[in-house]
Design a protein around this ligand. Sequence first.
Ligand code: HEC
Length: 188
Amino acid sequence: MNNFIKIIGFGVLLILSYTLFSVYYVPDINTHKSSKRQRVVLPIEEVGPVAYGEEVYYGRGGCAQCHDSAGDRAPELSLIAAISASRYGASQYTGTATDAVGYLRESMVEPSVYVVEGYGTLLGKKIVSPMPDVSSGSISLNEVELAAVIAYLQAISGLEVTVKMPGAGPKAEEKNGARSKVSKEAEE
Ligand code: HEC
């Protein structure tokens, strides 16, 4: 009888410890935040460049996977448009940008032209950016998406949006094909 109680007690303890372990130590896989934002891609004509850029930033662009508020993996970007002059204006700057829009664009399509101090990786003897060129490869943002992300980054920095959107209106966009590409992607 004594042994029986011991065995039951042991079993209960075991179950309890597994439960506590799973509750407190196994991390939640939080699919909430990203999937919610990734699914809704609204047409740029309806929401405007800033909101569209935000969708691209958190969705297809994958920017938030590296750029977060902690800044461990990549620089925090909430003020990047405002502080970009301290990048392209610095003596150690190696790129070709002369304004915020140029710097943001260069950072996205030629990330290794200038690597923010402390974030580079050594490839042979060269320091390169761990960031991919987001206009090609698996991300492949088009011109409209690139400009919209720049608009979004300018807006969150509290600046006026000065980036020129490719195609001045639905008509011009239709003509150069940008519109059909955007709406096609919005449907996906
Ligand atoms: C794989 C991780 C990764 C992804 C994805 C990524 N970045 Fe980056 N990004 C970095 C790292 C690391 C740096 C710093 C090194 C450098 O200067 O390139 C950086 C630098 C930048 C800079 C310059 C920051 C500064 O402080 O001067 C900008 C702007 C930027 N990224 C924008 C973006 C945008 C917009 C996207 C999405 C379209 C994106 N990044 C996606 C890793 C990433």
